[in-house]
Design a protein around this ligand. Structure first.
Ligand code: FE
Length: 187
């Protein structure tokens, strides 16, 4: 079933009140902060939506996420979320989200100082997600069509953990969500 902006917003109201990992913000606050940071930098509509929806894998009920297929038995949450996003939003939204975990590994590898800016939880998950990239992984990552957008998304993600930031409600994004849904699917 095609979701509406109202469905998506309702999901964040129902499930977004959990604290984001060990951080000081909820899942919903984290999502909104990332999107507001993207807006402030003058990012395009797709990048703002990608920032808002980047952790929707944590918000979507498990039964709404397609099961991993046999080729991808080791898929993380971002890959399964990607399959859902791909059905409802374009590649410019879905691809940076698929890559946002890899983007952290990329940034930590090419900019060692960057790893020191991560929160302890984020640093631990970086190690669990594979730690530094090999030369081959770096090359592959740079060739991704949405490489730049994934890096930008990663930076907003990392900054979107500010307990003091003044943010709008998620309904602020209703028109952008509608526009993204209207463009629809990765194909
Ligand atoms: Fe995040």
């Amino acid at each position: 079933m095609q979701p509406t902006p109202e469905n998506i917003i309702a999901l964040y109201h129902q499930r977004g009140n959990e604290i984001y990992g060990d951080e000081k913000v909820t899942q919903s606050e984290h999502a909104i902060q990332a999107a507001v940071l993207a807006e402030r930098e003058g990012a395009n509509d797709e990048q703002i939506l990608a920032a808002l929806l980047h952790d929707i894998g944590h918000i979507l009920a498990e039964d709404k996420l397609p099961a991993s297929n046999e080729e991808n038995l080791d898929d993380g949450h971002e890959n399964r979320a990607y399959q859902w996003l791909c059905q409802h939003f374009g590649k410019a939204v879905a691809d940076p989200i698929r890559l946002h975990v890899a983007a952290k590994r990329y940034l930590c590898t090419v900019t060692p100082e960057y790893s020191q800016t991560l929160s302890p939880t984020s640093y631990k998950s970086y190690l669990d997600q594979g730690g530094p990239m090999s030369e081959e992984e770096l090359q592959q990552f740079r060739q991704e069509p949405f490489f730049e957008q994934a890096i930008a998304l990663r930076r907003w993600d990392d900054q979107a953990k500010d307990a003091e930031m003044v943010i709008p409600g998620i309904a602020h994004f209703v028109e952008r969500l509608q526009a993204g849904l209207d463009k629809s699917s990765c194909r």
